[in-house]
Design a protein around this ligand. Structure first.
Ligand code: NAP
Length: 289
């Protein structure tokens, strides 16, 4: 299949490209510079130039705290942009896979959220992503929406080396004090594992909403400890509450996702978050040696 990847230099897109190609797809990627998702004219022009059979939208305005004040930008990229893309894809009979987030939930429960649970975002970012989901669902019947959590993986672009794991390792190696929240439970997800699942899903016509993450759950503090242990780095990590950390945007306290639908689409459960971290370290080791 001819697949067009929007947001091609992001960390998820970087993992998707080789896995889609390994599955036999012909992949073209569009960077932010080549196609601004917030511009319907640019999107239509690129769809007509590439004539894909499927589009994966891996682009987003991901600055969760800045979104609280950059409301228009967040909605333009995360809400109206995907809505316009969905309309343009539907008019050309192109299937669309769009990516969303656990931040559509309020996190006030203590059991994992599945696809039937109602969203209630706490932040502008979450609201803008929910708007994107709703517009995609309304305009493109041949669409997949994949909600995921806490992504980390290699970036192809200017943000190479920027993800949670690398930020922790850099801070620890600089001797910077580490303060990490211990009251937000979610599932850190390795982009390689998510990309494999998305490539499998794309080969189906089982359109709809899916929760796809590594399995299990932990706090960011526990995840940080696991990163440092795997890297063999000794460093103190001070657990702090979200309130003490003082981010601009509220985040859900408990937003582990599970899927009721992915087995029906032929997808095996993703590996655990610990296995995701092991896989990331293997990939990182290959890169560095
Ligand atoms: N990161 C996470 O923890 C996380 C968690 C849950 C869900 N998600 C979702 O997963 C998806 C992939 O996230 P990711 O972590 O791979 O993000 P990422 O690494 O930040 O990549 C996003 C890409 O989108 C591009 N982009 C931004 N604005 C754009 C625009 N207006 N037009 C076209 N491209 C634009 C960025 O380019 P520039 O950098 O050049 O602007 C970047 O290459 C997103 O939908 C995100 O909301 C992410």
């Amino acid at each position: 299949m001819k697949v067009l990847l929007i947001g091609a230099k992001g960390q998820l897109a970087t993992a998707l490209r080789p896995r889609l190609e390994a599955a036999g797809h012909q992949v073209a990627g569009l960077t932010h510079e080549e196609c601004d998702l917030a511009s319907p004219a640019a999107v239509s022009r690129q769809l007509d130039a590439h004539t894909p059979e499927a589009v994966i939208n891996a682009a987003a305005y991901n600055q969760v705290d800045r979104s609280e004040t950059a409301i228009e930008e967040a909605f333009a990229v995360n809400g109206y942009g995907p809505g316009g893309l969905a309309t343009a894809c539907a008019a050309r009979r192109i299937a669309l896979m769009h990516v969303s987030t656990n931040y559509v939930f309020d996190g006030r429960r203590d059991r994992p959220y599945d696809e039937a649970d109602g969203p209630n975002p706490l932040s502008v970012y979450g609201l803008s992503k929910l708007a994107g989901e709703r517009l995609v669902q309304a305009h493109a019947s041949r669409s997949f929406i994949v909600r995921t959590t806490g992504l980390y993986g290699r970036h192809a672009g200017r943000k190479a080396g920027e993800n949670f794991v690398e930020r922790i390792l850099t801070a620890a190696s600089n001797g910077a004090p580490l303060r990490v929240v211990n009251d937000q439970i979610a599932t850190p997800t390795y982009t390689g594992h998510l990309a494999e699942a998305m490539a499998r899903l794309l080969a189906t016509t089982a359109y709809g909403l899916y929760h796809l993450t590594n399995s299990g759950g932990c706090s960011w503090w526990e995840f940080t400890r696991a990163i440092l242990d795997r890297a063999g780095v000794r460093a103190e990590v001070q657990p702090v509450s979200s309130e003490a950390f003082g981010s601009a945007a509220l985040r859900p306290a408990f937003s582990v996702l599970v899927s009721r639908r992915s087995a029906g689409a032929g997808l095996p459960p993703l590996p655990t978050w610990q296995e995701g971290l092991d896989a990331y370290f293997r990939e990182r080791g290959e890169r560095l040696h």
